[in-house]
Design a protein around this ligand. Structure first.
Ligand code: HEC
Length: 135
């Protein structure tokens, strides 16, 4: 029994996302495959590039995801537009993260606009969520 509890804990910490967010990522994966037949799964390295690279954002200024969330996802960030503190994005540091599909979809939509001045593709969203889950 002890062993089972440990195994369960271990597997959920590996996933680092709630079942509904895992389900959402499965849907993103299907869409990514439909949009690109050579798609073969989400990739944390591509996600890191999406997260840390600088682009011309919605406001016409250079911006990266890490401008607000920093490159250390276990640390608190700071909204570069409003100056407000942002709790850590890492689900390991902040168990509230990646638990609500509603929150995740709302913020990904808004934050991709902030940084890329467009919405993210299914593959980009899945890659960046995979990166966040692993950090
Ligand atoms: C202008 C500042 C800013 C930028 C740039 C930004 N974010 Fe955010 N992000 C926020 C704020 C503010 C929240 C919501 C407040 C909170 O949840 O603490 C948030 C929330 C999120 C969440 C919700 C997580 C959850 O489950 O609660 C995700 C995922 C996320 N951001 C990813 C990204 C990604 C990916 C990028 C780059 C495409 C990005 N952010 C760029 C400010 C930013």
């Amino acid at each position: 029994m002890k062993y089972l509890a440990f195994a369960l804990l271990f597997s959920t910490s590996l996933m680092a996302a709630s079942p509904e967010v895992v389900q959402y990522m499965n849907e993103l994966s299907k869409t990514a495959k439909a949009e690109n037949s050579s798609f073969s799964g989400f990739d944390a390295a591509r996600g890191k590039e999406i997260f840390t690279s600088t682009h011309t954002g919605k406001q016409g200024k250079p911006m990266a995801c890490s401008s607000c969330h920093t490159t250390n996802l276990a640390n608190a960030g700071k909204n570069s537009l409003t100056g407000k503190v942002i709790d850590p994005l890492s689900p390991r540091a902040n168990p509230q993260r990646l638990t609500s599909t509603k929150e995740v979809t709302k913020w990904l939509k808004r934050n991709f606009m902030d940084v890329y001045a467009r919405e993210g593709s299914a593959q980009e969203k899945g890659d960046v969520l995979t990166y966040i889950m692993k950090n």
